[in-house]
Design a binder for this molecule. Structure first.
Ligand SMILES: C=C(O[C@@H]1C=C(C(=O)O)C=C[C@H]1O)C(=O)O
Length: 442
């Protein structure tokens, strides 16, 4: 299996996003990545190579090995640089966690692929990277795909049949009981914080159009990441506000996002709630654990870390969070840093191992990709990964939505349940919306 992989890069004329999304409907394996306040969109179609994690090895070590075995097979027949060639996909929250929920299939253990075609649209510049196992057809494949992109009719990404039929939230009582058990455990032991997640199953009258959902989220949640991982096992979609890492040589940027309050109905109420959050002991404590842990890990890797002393507010349409951007400079080994950082106390807890044991014991479901780093990793080890929260697995007519909340000793189960309910809202609204005004796009 040491077949060479050939690749080429060409510039494309300006093609409408609508066409790019339309063409994606034909592909079973696909990926889209858009970071907040960034006009670059990365779209990937099909896989020339793919990797499902198994439980035998640490997933970050496993991906490093797979990446280096692929790197040896890359042959540049077109003098394009390998820079923009990237693996795309998602790690798993915990590949070793027992699979309580069968709906994840093997996707729940994490999945990356090397795309057949990658389109990178950055403002008015669009480039197409094509990978092929056959050097004689590479150019032709690339030209053909470019032609198809331009020719495809950008048919409306209709959401009209997404009538919500049923929401199954039977696990809620079980989840609030898990929160109570956890606060008791925190008070008893040296456990500081545990993030507990719950899932919500929603069924619809028709097959969910994951591309339409992605597009609508970009319009309704303008300040978040927008990521879609489309696979044979279903589509994982995330509109997360949380960066796991943006990295290139000698620089690693991350963020601590934790502590949540709702948005106000008007400016005055919103400012009041924001200020309340900025002064709230419980939330400040929750977020401080995240900042301090991330700083310590990065410093252990000999990185020089810079961040502000006090958090700021990160506002999304439904919720606002405490947020500290963290910058680290110096030489580092990417996969070792990723391995040590995941999961941060924003999604796991503190101390990490004890918190993970508590999660495994009391959480009703399986997280799968929820809360995992997902994004793209270039072969030169630059790239960006977000934390897969505000997310759902879409399979056929069913959506499994996920949301979690940080539990500390002062947590109240009802408040935490309300917080997770708020976190479900953006996706629930888009999934259940029968109005497709947003999807008639250019
Ligand atoms: C776990 C989630 O969010 C995390 C938990 C937060 C909190 O407890 O306040 C805030 C942001 C995230 O770090 C989620 O949105 O599902």
């Amino acid at each position: 299996m040491n077949q060479s992989i050939f690749y080429s890069k060409i510039e494309l004329p300006n093609i409408k996003l609508k066409k790019m999304l339309s063409l994606m409907t034909e592909w079973q394996t696909a990926f889209i990545f858009q970071a907040p306040s960034n006009n670059t969109i990365r779209l990937a179609y099909g896989a020339v190579a793919e990797y499902y994690f198994d439980r035998s090895k640490n997933q970050f070590d496993a991906l490093k090995e797979w990446q280096s075995s692929l790197k040896k097979r890359l042959t540049n027949s077109e003098k394009a640089e390998a820079e923009h060639l990237a693996l795309v996909g998602s790690f798993s929250f915990d590949p070793n966690s027992a699979g309580k929920d069968v709906f994840w299939g093997k996707l729940g253990q994490g999945y990356f692929f090397l795309p057949k075609y990658t389109v990178i649209k950055s403002g008015n510049n669009t480039e197409l990277i094509t990978c092929s196992l056959d050097s004689t057809t590479l150019k032709k494949e690339s030209r053909l795909f470019a032609k198809k992109l331009q020719a495809v009719s950008g048919h409306p990404l209709s959401l009209t049949s997404h009538e919500t039929l049923m929401q199954n939230d039977t696990a809620l009582a079980q989840w609030t009981a898990a929160v109570s058990a956890t606060t008791a455990q925190i008070k008893r032991q040296q456990l500081d914080k545990v993030v507990l997640a719950r899932s919500l199953e929603a069924n619809f009258s028709d097959t969910i159009n994951s591309l339409a959902v992605w597009r609508k989220l970009t319009l309704t949640q303008p300040q978040t990441y927008h990521i879609l991982l489309k696979t044979v096992n279903g589509s994982f979609i995330s509109s997360t506000p949380e960066r796991f890492g943006k990295f290139k040589e000698n620089q690693f940027q991350t963020a601590a996002v934790a502590g949540t309050i709702k948005r106000g109905r008007n400016r005055k109420e919103d400012d009041y709630l924001g200020n309340k959050l900025l002064q709230d002991h419980k939330n400040l404590q929750e977020q401080k654990y995240v900042v301090e842990t991330i700083k310590t890990i990065l410093q252990k890797h000999n990185l020089t870390v810079r961040c502000s002393k006090r958090p700021q507010l990160l506002k999304n349409p439904n919720v606002q969070h405490l947020y500290t951007p963290i910058m680290a400079d110096g030489h580092f080994e990417l996969f070792k840093v990723l391995r040590d950082l995941h999961p941060t106390p924003a999604l796991g807890g503190l101390p990490r191992e004890k918190a993970l044991r508590q999660i495994a014991q009391v959480e009703p479901g399986t997280r799968g990709l929820f809360g995992s780093p997902l994004g793209y990793l270039q072969f030169d080890n630059a790239g960006e990964l977000a934390v897969g929260i505000r997310s759902a697995l879409l399979t056929g007519k069913t959506a499994h939505l996920f949301a979690g909340a940080g539990i500390v000793s002062e947590s109240d189960p009802q408040n935490e349940a309300a917080e997770t309910q708020l976190k479900f809202q953006p996706l629930l609204r888009v999934l259940g919306d029968q109005n497709d005004e947003y999807t008639n796009i250019n």
